[in-house]
Design a protein around this ligand. Structure first.
Ligand SMILES: Cc1ncc(COP(=O)(O)O)c(C=O)c1O
Length: 399
């Protein structure tokens, strides 16, 4: 067989999507699995978005569009950024892509040369390091843990900057930790960034899913900062539109133009129908979803804190909790068939959790956190209660 490229061989598949595939296979074989591994809201796509999508189809809005997305949508996004984030962008400073994942990949492809370093606070979303490496960049992880509420400090940032540093990635609210930087914390980081020639990739896709805190965009602190920031957002999380694949970037026009040229040769425009649906979705975020998520977060946290060997920081945003299970790693677990096994790693812990009590979660390994695992609470309260009951049973069998 002819060989794959070194690039292809270097990629590991998305661990979150592969767990999802395993979970679905188990479900298809008739097992009653509670799936806490997915990163998508369980709410429906808003009617206005769905109807706009249908209207796009029936009115034959089904052809190529502007590569960067239809002007109407880019203008509506600019209006949203102005009204909700206090940031002024022209439509020429916005590019719409096939999901925020695609937006991020476009950014790395247009800003990174081989060997350029990207500072990445860890734990991080699984796709960042893979995308950075695919674009030829070098990942420089900046470790954080529960004691700093999973946030980097200005001193840590300063110390990580070298003459090869090209960009820093900030993801607030964070997947997987749910950490949200305060305005003051961001301002302190902004001061360090301003003193160096760095791009900022600010992934704000969970901006609406925050509980009792405020979301702030780092691009807001100064014109200098705005001119080097790529603000990334999308429709997947706020509007429960993961399958429609619409994300966007706002940033300085020359970089956006480069991304548009890149996109013109790779995917071209995001789906015309999805763009119309996104236009219909804007402004329809239902604040009741936020309340619902907050109540679920509180429930899951309360339950987790009753489990021996588990500690869990309180996340302020997104729809994940990220418990630490260092206290059970190395201990023995009694399987349903009477055998006992040592829980050597978080990967094995999640595997046993899935096969023994049928609760699907994601090990922290892919997020750069080998002592943690991720629970998504974007599922019904009834499912969460079932899952937490099963986890109690599981923990009761750790010796
Ligand atoms: C932090 C973060 N950024 C970006 C994305 C990509 O979202 P999408 O490509 O669905 O817009 C996700 C999805 O899980 C995410 O968690």
């Amino acid at each position: 067989m002819l060989e794959l490229s070194a690039r292809a061989k270097s990629i590991s598949p998305s661990p979150t999507l592969s767990i999802d595939t395993k979970t679905k296979a188990l479900k298809a074989s008739g097992v009653d699995v509670v799936n806490l591994s997915v990163g998508e809201p369980d709410f429906p796509t808003p009617d206005r978005a769905a109807l706009a999508g249908v209207a796009a189809i029936t009115s034959q809005f089904t052809k190529y569009t502007d590569v960067s997305g239809i002007l109407e949508l880019r203008q509506a996004i600019a209006d949203k950024l102005n009204a909700e984030n206090g940031l002024s962008y022209a439509p020429s400073e916005i590019i719409v892509s096939s999901g925020a994942k695609h937006s991020l990949y476009n950014i790395f492809m247009v800003i990174l040369n081989p060997g350029d370093e990207v500072l990445l606070p860890a734990p991080y979303w699984v796709s960042y390091p893979e995308q950075i490496r695919l674009a030829g960049g070098v990942v420089v992880a900046m470790p954080t843990n529960e004691s700093t509420h999973f946030k980097i400090t200005p001193a840590q940032l300063e110390a990580a900057i070298t003459d090869k540093t090209k960009a820093i990635l900030i993801n607030s609210p964070s997947n997987p930790t749910g950490a949200v930087y305060t305005q003051n914390e961001l301002q302190a980081l902004a001061k360090v960034i301003e003193q160096h020639d760095l791009f900022v990739v600010s992934d704000e896709i969970y901006e609406q899913l925050i509980y009792g805190v405020e979301h702030y965009s780092i691009a807001k602190f100064s014109e200098t900062l705005k001119e080097r920031t790529f603000l990334v957002n999308g429709f997947s999380k706020t509007y429960a539109m993961t399958g429609w694949r619409v994300g966007y970037v706002a940033g300085p026009a020359p970089y956006i133009k480069a991304m548009s040229s890149f996109q013109s040769h790779t995917t071209a425009n995001p789906a015309s129908i999805s763009q119309k649906a996104a236009l219909g979705a804007l402004g329809t975020f239902d604040a009741r979803h936020r309340e619902e998520f907050q109540a679920r977060r509180d429930y899951v946290l309360d339950q987790l804190r009753t489990l021996n060997g588990v500690t869990c920081a309180k996340p302020d945003g997104a729809f994940y909790v990220f418990p630490n299970i260092k206290g059970v790693l190395g201990k023995r677990f009694k399987k349903g068939n009477g055998d006992t096994v040592a829980l050597q790693s978080v990967d094995q812990f999640c595997e046993e959790l899935l096969t023994e009590v049928h609760v699907s979660t994601v090990p922290g390994t892919g997020f750069g956190a080998p002592d943690n695992f991720r629970i998504s609470y974007a599922t019904s309260q009834a499912q969460l209660e079932k899952a937490m009951g099963r986890m109690k049973d599981f923990f009761g069998r750790i010796e």
